[in-house]
Ligand binder design. Sequence first.
Ligand code: GLA
Length: 405
Amino acid sequence: MKRIFIVLILSLMCLTQINAQKFQGLAKTPPMGWNSWNIFQTNINEKVIKEIADVMVSSGMKAAGYKYIVLDDGWMSMRRDSITGNLIPDPKKFPHGMKALADYIHSKGLKFGLYNCAGTNTCQGYPGTRGYEYQDARLYATWGIDYFKYDWCNTKGINAKEAYTTMSKALQKAGHPIVFSVCEWGLNKPWKWAASVGELWRTTDDIYHVFDGVHDFGTWSALGVMRIVDLQKGLRKYAGPGHWNDPDMLEVGNGMTTSEDRTHFSMWCMLAAPLIAGNDLRKMSKTTLDILTNREVIAVDQDSLGIEGFKYADNDSLEFWVKPLEKGDWAVCFLNRSSVKKHIDFDWRKEIITDSLSHRKLIAKINKYKLRNLWTKKNIGTTKRVLKASIDSHDVLMLRLHKIK
Ligand code: GLA
């Protein structure tokens, strides 16, 4: 009897192993790193990437939690190897190849990622993956690639769920643990099927470094930060430890004002979004670095509960967002989307905030919370007092409410 039981358990374990479509435990909190696209597009090379890796460490970004260095579109040659069919790193940009670059990045205690597309070609016309899924996955494994962003250009006629599932299985079969970043721009509602396939899925079209509205590129348009925030509505229930909504990479340091950058970063943390920096780390200002490495704000993003925040109220372009955190804490973000300074006069004890997803409640009339301003890093009293503050245009007041037992 005992033997039959053991055999049963072992077969069940094998079955789960076979059915598991992704490596487990790779992104218990939203992935953090850097990606080349937003600032360099295809203009990348091994010298620049090594320098970025160096600065990731020397600037303190690694210590603040950033881990992945990801090469986006443009890392490979225009054609696959005519004999083996393998992808070839562009010999001019990456003369020492990808294994050498991966080794360098790993030697810094960081992890390395690459990009390709599910279609016949990438968005910039380089060789795509279609028909080469298992072969490419094996190649990435031999190079030691830890993160793979899989885009959706040139995919006419393909079923998204099937294409991403095939790639996920190929990566799994290749055997090297790898974070799988699903990037089909939210076209096929990946939040409904990608949790078992990858660790994160893009929810929208590409981001652009403007606060609101869209940026028109002629044949397509990219979205401002607030536009993307609005498009996250209704998606929070799909995210959690190991599987995240991805509102696209960060534009902090790429041209918005300091207030706007701070707001962008705060909102990504309220949304438990992946934090993938997209600026030239070698040239960033102290202000940009301070935003990207604010550990108290990052702690909101990386909170172990992995519950996305939500908009509790808005009034005349002043929004009030909340996010349940571990140990009964809450993050609160007052967001001023208007073009003028706004004043708040907020009586915590008049609000009963209930999260229908996590069933957590913020009731300041019953519980008392200490307030911490996460950008000034100052304690500012408790929820017993009415909160009076002013918030600049396009800026935030972001607080952590620490429950007093
Ligand atoms: C798409 C993606 C971007 C970037 C480019 C590269 O637009 O959404 O994030 O990867 O392709 O060509």
